[in-house]
Design a binder for this molecule. Sequence first.
Ligand SMILES: [Zn+2]
Length: 474
Amino acid sequence: MALLNFLGAIQQVTGSCYLIETYDKKNILLECGMQQGGDSENNRDDNGNEPRSAFAFNPETIDAVVISHAHIDHSGMLPRLVSEGFRGPIYATDATCELMELMLLDSAHIQEKDAEWENRWRARKGRKPIKPMYVSADAARVMKQLVAVSYETLTKVVPDVKVSFHDAGHIIGSAIVKLEFHEPNDSVRTLVFSGDLGGGCSPLMKDPAVLKHADVLMLESTYGDRDHRCSEDTLDELAEILRQAHEDGGNVLIPAFSVGRTQDILFHLGRFYQEGRLPQHTVYLDSPMAIRANEIYMRHREDFDKTNSQALTESGFQNAKDWLPILKLTPTPEESMAINKVTSGAIIVAGSGMCTGGRIIHHFKHNLWRENCHMIFTGFQARGTTGRAIVDGAKTVRVFREDIMVGLKVHTLGGFSAHAGQSQLIEWASNFANKPELHLIHGEVEKMKILQDEFKQRLDWDVNIPELGDRVAL
Ligand SMILES: [Zn+2]
């Protein structure tokens, strides 16, 4: 009998990680996500020494890894796993493998830079330097261990265990993971892991695939407490803000995550352009990472939702510029800095989504204090981030050791979530007619409890909220 260990994204939304031990002692790691928003110091002691392992298990004993999608909170610790001795295959969909190359190398770069910065003040205090969590060479090594698998294809992971990926509709390549365990008595046990479930508001992504059978089901619960509004109203609101911004004569800043949200925003802006509802003269995509993510989205456009991709295809869509002719890509620092001279009529889309770094910060200096500019938040802003401070009405924010007044008009649009809302989660799970053993993961505990109550009331289904370190038999 196989055992499932809950090691991460337990009663919280980041650090997705589950270990499965099979009956014949093979170890499969489902997800290898980085914990975000916390203190990256927490895996080091005060002298800068790292504990022996960043994991609750020995990476050398892992036989194979399965990843649902490329977001860092699901894949970000893979380079570390490899640096600690994991040498087996990593299974993921084609698009996920391409995105991971982009995102893990970027993440390694951030780890290196952070450690460098940290070591500068450590040196001044006479403390020992720290090592980065991982380096670019580790991320490069991950690429050699990737095994790309198409959707809906049964693939052997270890003897007697097969995996298949099913479109989760969250970001390109995102998957619901189904694992089949063939036991010695010829019985088959099935574990379905929802991954991050879409069906939210992304215009490019399909609804999540419907699966009907599982013995054990793991369901994400990011929006376990509520349904979110995503409708034409949100888009009308966006169009109205852009009209107002044009009238005010300033620029529009849109901080956005490079993978997923940026492509959705560009899709909407393209539609506005074609409908004559986009008064600005240029949309700058000022993010090297988002520019490369766009290319990966393009390569996998057969996975787009057909309703919208129809319009894209008819536009002769080969790249994002066919859809949005006023799009200007600014990959180099020089091109990015040239935007500083543009004082009106521009929309600037840049990362990071929560304004914790990235090029969006550079645009603060030239736009944040100006009353005729606008800033539009389309994604969740976590506590402690600059984005959250601005949303909460901060009068000034500190950017590169300088306090800059928040003079521009701030808008928060809630209708762009890439996650399923409460009703969609319950509806998707209700396709499993046999009511499998259900574990809620990837959510804050208060929200999980609300979802747990809903399952009980609507479907008379008793669902479990695992604790960190819990272990269940499959
Ligand atoms: Zn995700």
